[in-house]
Design a protein around this ligand. Structure first.
Ligand code: NAP
Length: 280
């Protein structure tokens, strides 16, 4: 890796579906940077050896996707955010040290700020569906923005309870059957499950029961407009979609890898949208 030409990559298994190369290479071209962003298909078995020697593979940094986010945390010096979430999605070399962070937190928050400005003003209660890796980043982000109570509904209740243990008593773990009764008091509803994604079972939530001021976010981005978002829009509610989160989470990673803070432009969004529609 030379200063004249920098490279970064996304490491995952599988990794072929990742849109990160499209996003980062768009910004590399836009800013006229001598650099490249590639995919690296690395198995769980090989991950530690690969990621511990990013420089040896020619990389200044890497995004980390399924199933390596916990392993990435363990082999690096994480910042407070990655530590709190318990997973790292970005690794970078800082004067020889392998550091890590989790940009899903700001990806989610920045997308909400852009899509539904003021969404966190007087936010009392948020209802988060799902308690997996993405939910951990989102619950952490919501508490940081001052949500007074975050209800976490999950099919597997112990996973929701683990979020209360991690983040404290503002988190209220609930079973899936309690969702209907919580909608009327939710200022923000977030789907972090894979329900509603192409090839997965549908997500069934009665958005009509939400307050008229509620904001609805879905982090699933295939399809771009999930049934949940479509129903919320039909009702006139403000929404934030999964593609927005995907684009915003890449911003700080790019600046850590290439030293320039890029913008999420309508042109970039349109390019990734077209690609996602092709890949359906
Ligand atoms: P994960 O850790 O595997 O968690 C999956 C979650 O979905 C769990 O809460 C799981 O519940 C729930 N779930 C799965 N199938 C279900 C079903 N049939 N019924 C009820 N609940 C079900 O995955 P993740 O990393 O959090 O990702 C979740 C989704 O978010 C994926 O679709 C992923 O593509 C998307 N995502 C998007 C972005 C973005 O930038 N837009 C970023 C990260 C993730 P159990 O605990 O009961 O299994």
């Amino acid at each position: 890796m030379s200063e004249a030409s920098r490279a970064a990559c996304v490491i995952g298994w599988p990794v072929a579906h990742s849109r990160s190369p499209m996003i980062h290479n768009y910004w590399i071209r836009q800013h006229g940077i001598a650099g490249e962003y590639r995919r690296e298909a690395v198995t769980a078995e090989d991950f530690v050896a690969f990621a511990s020697d990013l420089a040896g593979h020619g990389y200044a940094g890497a995004n980390i996707t399924i199933p390596h986010k916990e392993a990435a945390l363990a082999i690096s010096q994480p910042d407070d955010r990655a530590k709190a979430v318990g997973a790292a999605n970005t690794l970078w070399l800082d004067n020889g040290a392998l550091r890590s962070t989790n940009t899903d937190v700001e990806g989610f928050l920045d997308n909400l700020d852009a899509s539904a400005p003021g969404w966190d003003r007087e936010l009392e209660t948020a209802l988060v569906l799902g308690a997996g890796g993405a939910a951990r980043a989102i619950v952490f982000g919501l508490l940081g923005r001052g949500a007074k109570a975050v209800y976490v509904a999950n099919r597997t209740l112990p996973r929701a309870r683990a979020l209360r243990e991690r983040f404290g008593s503002a988190v209220h773990p609930v079973g899936w059957d309690e969702v209907g009764g919580l909608l009327a008091s939710a200022g923000l509803l977030v789907n972090t499950t894979s329900l509603g994604m192409h090839g997965q079972p549908p997500l069934s939530v009665k958005v009509d029961d939400l307050p008229a001021s509620a904001v609805v976010a879905d982090i699933v981005y295939v399809p771009l407009e999930t049934e949940l978002l479509a129903a919320a829009r039909r009702r006139g509610l403000r929404t934030a979609d999964g593609l927005g989160m995907l684009l915003y989470q890449a911003v700080r990673a790019f600046s850590l890898f290439f030293g320039v803070r890029p913008e999420v432009t309508p042109e970039l969004r349109a390019m990734v949208e077209t690609d996602l529609q092709k890949g359906k």
